[in-house]
Ligand binder design. Structure first.
Ligand code: CU
Length: 519
């Protein structure tokens, strides 16, 4: 038995020596052995299922049944098991809804969470729609009740998503599996695809990234339960990172460019995505749509609730296995506890692997700038704003029980209006963080442009690069101030909306407020 731990070519032969000391080799010409690296077998990547609509009078109609105790198969490098989870429509994976700008959409949500006995909603995260359709905690859907959301898509193509937003149960319902992607296209993205300036088809892949923790299975029953713990300041951090419900999947790719739409659907975890060979890649889009110009990076940080679209070119990587990883970063708040997880926020880990097994000719030459009429090219400037509102995120009670998560020193109160915004206003919202961990601030109703950011109390730096994209969720580091500017649509934006931290445990525990857009 001969074993090799090194990749390369080796010559081997057997040498026998007789009693007189004469040696002979067999075979007389040595065998040449080539040792190539064999990638570790990983579970197969799964694509998210696309929901089909019924079209009635030109309106795309969907039904989402919120179900509980759905037996879901979880694949991992340790094997597969069944876990009871919550799911829309009993689907094995979270679904995708596809729509185009201008589409009228009607989505009926039926609350079948009878044994949990929990209200739910579907919040349309990143959508520019009226407050009454927004799916916030002010319009809960009772058990066995339903609600039909109706809206028209009137914003740039974007990787939007949806998830429950009933007060106090958002974190656990998302954790148990209620969420979905909503991929919006428009004339600009369709034209870019048709002219081979964006990858399409199999080269356009949605990645829903969510961390989870599962119970052990000492008796090999093939079943494990989700483990949820919310202690300390960090929110729920799982020790297994799932991409489309598979831990560390391998996706077979060709020697070409891929468009990955990355959704951070985690409760609390921030990822610093990079490739393990340190290759660069392009960021082409943020929460609310495409960047005017692709931005070449070697990593991108995404907090809970944030999305990004990236282009990875595997053209020079034939026969390579490339990992998408999350790099180590400083998450602050040392010693405050990681919710019991063995994988703290900021720890490095692998996310998935790309196996470049097929050679092909790539038809795509990536766009270099969007047409002038793209929404993102209408930059909002400070002079356009009538009002600057300030929001300070803070935590109190650290180290002891009863941790409080506050915005402007207030806990969420569903009966309180915190801000009144005139319809059609253009406003600057200035968000600061006086706590010692980062918080992703999310505001409903519109997409924002980041004006500038920097150390609180210091000179803020005007946005550049990825920060020039449309944003609905922005990570605010400790002692950082971010200013974003947005225009509330005078026709669409009316009614009550939420702003909150998108660490769902913080949101459920008070780090949320209500703003009312009035005429
Ligand atoms: Cu927070």
């Amino acid at each position: 038995m001969v074993s090799f731990s090194t990749v390369g070519s080796f010559n081997i032969s057997l040498v026998a020596t007789d009693a007189q000391g004469n040696s002979s080799s067999f075979p007389s010409t040595p065998l040449t052995i080539s040792v190539v690296a064999q990638a570790i077998a990983l579970p197969t990547f799964k694509s998210l299922p696309i929901l089909t609509a019924s079209s009635v009078n030109g309106v795309a109609q969907y039904t989402l049944n919120a179900e509980e105790n759905v037996d879901v198969t979880v694949d991992s490098p340790d094997g597969s098991w069944i876990t009871p989870m919550m799911r829309y429509n009993d689907l094995p994976l979270q679904p995708v809804i596809l729509a185009k700008r201008g589409d009228e959409v009607e989505i009926t949500v039926n609350n079948h969470l009878t044994s949990s006995n929990e209200e739910t909603t579907a919040h349309w995260h990143g959508f520019k729609i009226p407050g009454v359709e927004d799916g916030g905690p002010d319009f809960p859907i009772a058990v066995n009740a339903s609600r039909t959301y109706r809206f028209t898509m009137n914003q740039a193509a974007a990787p939007l998503w949806f998830h429950p937003h009933a007060h106090g149960t958002t974190a656990t319902q998302v954790y148990k599996g209620l969420a979905g992607a909503f991929i919006l296209t428009d004339d600009i993205t369709q034209s870019l695809e048709e002219t081979n300036q964006l990858p399409t088809g199999d080269n356009d892949v949605a990645l829903l990234v969510q961390d989870r923790e599962f119970s052990d299975d000492p008796n090999n029953t093939g079943r494990r339960n989700l483990v949820y713990s919310n202690t300390g300041a960090s929110g729920m951090l799982g020790n297994r990172v799932l991409v489309n419900n598979v831990e560390m999947p391998a996706l077979e790719v060709t020697t070409s460019q891929y468009r990955f739409r990355i959704f951070n659907g985690s409760n609390a975890r921030t990822y610093d995505f990079a490739l393990d060979n340190n290759s660069t890649f392009y960021v082409i889009g943020t929460d609310g749509g495409l960047l005017n110009q692709p931005e070449l990076v070697d990593h991108i940080m995404l907090a809970a609730g944030e999305r990004a679209e990236v282009i990875i070119n595997f053209g020079d990587s034939f026969r390579q296995n490339i990992k998408l990883v999350s790099r180590a970063f400083s998450a602050g708040g040392g010693g405050m506890g990681g919710g019991g997880s063995s994988l703290a926020n900021g720890d490095p880990f692998d996310v998935m692997r790309f196996d470049v097994n097929v050679e092909t000719t790539d038809p795509v030459t990536l766009y270099t700038s969007l047409p002038n009429e793209a929404d993102i090219n209408s930059r909002l400037t400070e002079a356009m704003s009538e009002t600057t509102r300030t929001f300070v995120m803070s935590m109190s009670g650290m180290g002891g029980g009863g941790m409080q998560f506050l915005i402007n020193d207030k806990l969420f109160d569903i009966d309180r209006i915190d801000e009144v915004v005139p319809s059609g206003a253009t406003e600057i919202w200035e968000i600061s963080n006086t706590s010692n961990i980062a918080h992703p601030f999310h505001a409903h109703a519109i997409q924002w442009q980041i004006l500038d950011r920097g150390a609180s109390g210091g000179t803020l730096t005007p946005s550049k690069g990825i920060d020039l994209g449309w944003k609905d969720t922005v990570l605010v580091e400790p002692d950082e101030t971010v200013r974003f500017i947005g225009r509330f649509d005078p026709v669409i934006n009316i009614g009550k909306y939420m702003y909150h931290c998108h660490i769902l445990e913080h949101e459920d525990n008070g780090m949320m407020g209500t703003f009312n857009v009035i005429q």
